[in-house]
Ligand binder design. Structure first.
Ligand code: PXP
Length: 238
């Protein structure tokens, strides 16, 4: 059974819509931990569009499970990561115009830079996870960096437009899990997983952890809305 990493970025996205103090992603991390999350994931982007560095430092204080920081290989972010000291760093590609992380890291084309960042993080006792597409050449290049873990991008599977396409992407992920394990990696998976499509990925043997954000935060709105409305109703009822 895979573990569950909960990405709390989109609590901060909602906060930034008003640029005030609520909803607080730290409170979200506490609730997710109490509900059984095996790790808390947050992405400190270069544009700080949701999570801020102050969130990351506070998160470090309260996370009792495992703190998995998503990050680019940008030097400023790497320097901050060494100060924040997450338990795990997940290296992701970052493009300023993107709505969310698009595609996995191209470890082959950016090998030297990625290897240097992996070395720096490992020297500081941070476990390194590379977010890559489920492809043999990227898995092989990842091995040469010295990273301990890979996270297979499930975006194509999640966005499949037919069941044939979904089956094909699922098969690719299964093969990549097998290759990742035989290369000695801890294998994770994530991106675009939701309450409908997660089961087939969770059934793949050998995946250590699934990292899920958007669909959990989306579902939380509706799971919590009834209580939120009735609490406000009580307050204004004189
Ligand atoms: N894993 C990685 C490496 C990601 O970049 C993201 C998105 O931040 C996720 C998992 C979670 O994706 P989603 O929000 O679509 O569940």
């Amino acid at each position: 059974m895979p573990k569950l990493g909960v990405n709390i970025d989109h609590i901060a996205t909602l906060r930034e819509a008003r640029k005030i103090f609520e909803p607080d992603p730290i409170k979200g991390a506490e609730i997710a931990q109490k509900a059984g999350a095996d790790s808390i994931v947050a992405h400190l982007r270069q544009d700080r569009r949701h999570i801020k560095e102050s969130d990351m430092f506070k998160m470090r204080e309260i996370i009792t499970t495992r703190f998995n920081m998503e990050m680019s290989v940008n030097p400023e972010i790497v320097e901050l990561t060494l100060k924040i000291k997450p338990d795990q760093a997940t290296l992701v590609p970052e493009n300023r115009q993107e709505i969310t992380t698009e595609g996995g890291l191209d470890v082959i084309s950016n090998f030297e830079r990625i290897k240097k960042v992996v070395d720096d993080l490992k020297t500081n006792d941070i476990i390194v996870n590379l977010f890559i597409d489920p492809r043999a050449d990227q898995i092989e290049a990842s091995k040469q960096t010295g990273a301990e873990a890979i996270e297979l991008h499930t975006g194509e599977y999640s966005n499949a437009s037919s069941s044939n396409e979904e089956d094909r992407y699922l098969q690719e992920i299964k093969e990549a899990v097998g290759l990742g394990l035989s290369s000695g990696f801890i294998v994770h998976a994530g991106h675009g997983l939701n309450y409908k499509n997660v089961r087939r990925i969770a059934e793949i043997k050998g995946i250590e952890e699934l990292n899920i954000g958007h669909s959990i935060i989306s579902e939380a709105v509706f799971v919590g809305l009834r209580e939120a409305v009735s609490e406000m109703k009580k307050l204004i009822t004189l």
